[in-house]
Design a binder for this molecule. Structure first.
Ligand SMILES: Nc1ncnc2c1ncn2[C@@H]1O[C@H](COP(=O)(O)OP(=O)(O)OP(=O)(O)O)[C@@H](O)[C@H]1O
Length: 223
């Protein structure tokens, strides 16, 4: 098996005459926890969109779990997202009129089969089993993010993408969410996190800093 779960080869993305990503060669090992950092407009979101098959590069290759993403049709891209990827967002994106348990079961429904026991188990893992019948608006930001982590986990994806996962949280919840991500990483999941926060970045294995769509710095973090 290829040791890299994600690889980009001379990959660029242009929007008209704007170069959002410029000739990127990135290799992420299975089980790594990597932080992408960089100022606003440096290309982080564009990169995440491409690595999750929501967008395609203009040039170069993206190899996802050994498969050339350029060779995937739309259906296979959807399957890749459903089977391999869990997404955690800054803005949570929970369905407001579904309760906590239903939000998790909806993610199961889109993936395969609905299994209430498994849904409750994953909520237990993030410490949210006492809030299953609450609506998202009845939860604090930290609690909502824990539900999002449960939703990202419920289908057991090998790769988790977290886009500013603590951007809307206070320090205590930031610590809690990061601890959860670290636990998942220790359990073998690859985690790719976009963050503006250098303190968070330093708690991963590696920080890759982008500027104007290029890598300007890579730091290996020693625990
Ligand atoms: N759909 C688009 N059309 C045109 N230009 C775009 C599009 N998406 C992104 N860009 C441009 O590409 C560059 C990179 O944007 P991107 O959103 O990836 O940056 P970012 O690092 O995620 O920024 P932020 O931290 O503010 O979210 C910017 O110059 C942006 O204006």
């Amino acid at each position: 098996m290829n040791q890299f779960v994600i690889e980009t080869r001379s990959m660029s993305k242009r929007f008209g005459n704007i170069t959002a990503l410029d000739n990127l060669n990135i290799q992420i090992k299975r089980g790594e926890f990597v932080a992408f950092m960089g100022a606003s407009g440096s290309g982080k979101t564009t990169l995440l969109n491409i690595l999750t098959c929501l967008d395609v590069p203009t040039e170069g290759q993206v190899i996802l779990d050994g498969v050339d993403a350029g060779s995937l049709d739309e259906d296979s891209q959807r399957q890749f997202r459903a089977n391999k990827v869990g997404l955690i967002f800054q803005q949570f994106h929970l369905i407001p009129y579904l309760n906590v348990l239903e939000n998790i079961m909806l993610a199961q429904h889109y993936h395969s089969v609905v299994d209430e026991v498994a849904a409750r188990e994953v909520l237990d893992r993030v410490g949210m089993s006492h809030r299953v019948t609450h609506l998202p608006k009845q939860l604090s930001g930290g609690e909502q993010q824990r539900v999002c982590i449960a939703r990202a986990l419920v289908n057991e994806p090998p790769i988790i993408f977290a886009d500013e996962p603590t951007g809307n949280l206070d320090e205590e919840n930031e610590r809690l969410v990061l601890a959860l991500l670290k636990d998942l990483n220790r359990a073998g999941r690859t985690i790719i996190m976009v963050t503006h926060n250098p303190d968070l970045g330093r708690q991963t294995d590696r920080i890759i800093t982008l500027q104007h769509g290029r890598i300007i710095k890579e730091e290996q973090i020693c625990a």
